[in-house]
Write a protein that binds this ligand. Structure first.
Ligand code: ZN
Length: 341
């Protein structure tokens, strides 16, 4: 109960956070990456958010910029009311490029985070979602790949395993638009079909695959709550919502978890003892509202992208109806998604 109360409190204001900030790390602190440390339980008040100087950025024209995601979206109507900037910064030896896309008429929406540049349907879905619910999207650009890399060692760096308090610059810049009170964070992913059966505590004969997220997978961390109807978009075991909760807590304290489960979602609740550097874990330990939508990767041809995009958008729409800010819901009727089911 103490934990639930603590997590329910608003995160520290930016002003408070600035006072409590540790000194920035020297460039060598990020190599090797800090080991995740177990957190004392019950958790203290949510940890303060980092406050960092803004990244260098430039306005870009989405209709002409040389990038594979934007190249799929050259219709000016898709960009009406949206502005795009390219942020470039260096986090030690790691260089980051991030697209920041803002609904200029409705900035007060979620913070949309797209960590993986190879998951193309997430980019297509977030353009729909920005028109529907406003807000600001941060999409990491990795030259169409999943991973970034360390320029010195060449080691690959997963953008969604880099959210540590010991690396405040990266997190501070990705979450710079959270605001106070912090807005809801919605992360979007696609994933490889199925899962490695050796990972599962509830293996099912005949089921397997190469991924690591599925509603059929049970581990100490990932607890599945499958849809009872398996109706679209949950006729696919890789189409899930995921919310974190604390190891000694109750999964129903996860953002919208109870409502999503009752509404027939494929829901994974992530039971977190120590951070793995993912944004979901970072959000939990900082008292931030967070939800992740995942769907099966269906390739980057038009049919595959439209299928995956419409599943992501359907989950977003249903979640927003159940748990979203009612003022944001009022925006939705004016949004036009030609591909929406
Ligand atoms: Zn991903």
């Amino acid at each position: 109960m103490i934990l639930a109360l603590a997590l329910g409190r608003p995160a520290a204001s930016m002003a408070q956070a600035a006072v409590a900030l540790p000194a920035p790390p020297s460039p060598t602190v990020t190599r090797p990456l800090p080991l995740p440390l177990p957190l004392p339980l019950p958790l203290p008040l949510p940890l303060p958010l980092p406050v960092v100087p803004p990244a260098w950025s430039e306005a870009i024209d989405p209709l002409t910029i040389d990038d594979e995601d934007f190249a799929r979206h050259r219709d000016p109507h898709e960009w009406t009311g949206l502005s795009v900037r390219r942020l470039i910064f260096s986090d030690g030896e790691i260089n980051w490029t991030v697209w920041r896309i803002v609904n200029e008429q409705h900035r007060d929406g979620p913070l949309w985070v797209l960590p993986h540049d190879n998951e193309n349907a997430t980019f297509d879905a977030v353009l729909v979602a920005l028109h529907s619910y406003g807000g600001i999207a941060m999409a990491i650009d990795d030259r169409a790949g999943r991973m970034n890399y360390d320029a010195t060692s060449g080691a690959s760096v997963d953008p969604n395993r880099h959210f540590y308090d010991a690396i405040p610059l990266y997190t501070g810049r990705i979450l710079a638009d959270l605001g106070d009170p912090p807005r809801l964070i919605i992360a979007l992913h696609t994933n490889t079909p199925g899962f490695d059966p050796s990972l599962s505590l509830c293996p099912i004969a005949g089921l397997g695959g190469g991924g690591d997220i599925s509603i059929r997978l049970c581990t100490a961390r990932y607890i599945p709550h499958p849809s009872l109807t398996h109706s679209w978009p949950f006729d696919d075991d890789d189409t899930v919502a995921l919310v974190p909760y604390a190891v000694d807590g109750d999964w129903r304290t996860g953002f919208c978890a109870r409502q999503l489960s009752m509404a027939g979602f494929n829901l994974i609740t992530e039971r977190v003892a120590m951070s793995d550097g993912s944004l979901s874990n970072y959000a939990l330990f900082h008292g931030l509202q967070y939800i992740n939508f995942e769907t099966r990767e269906r390739g980057s041809d038009a049919v595959g992208l439209a299928n995956a995009r419409s599943r992501l958008v359907a989950m977003i729409d249903r979640m927003m109806t159940l748990c979203g800010d009612q003022q944001l819901l009022a925006l939705r009727p004016v949004a036009a998604d030609k591909g929406r089911r």
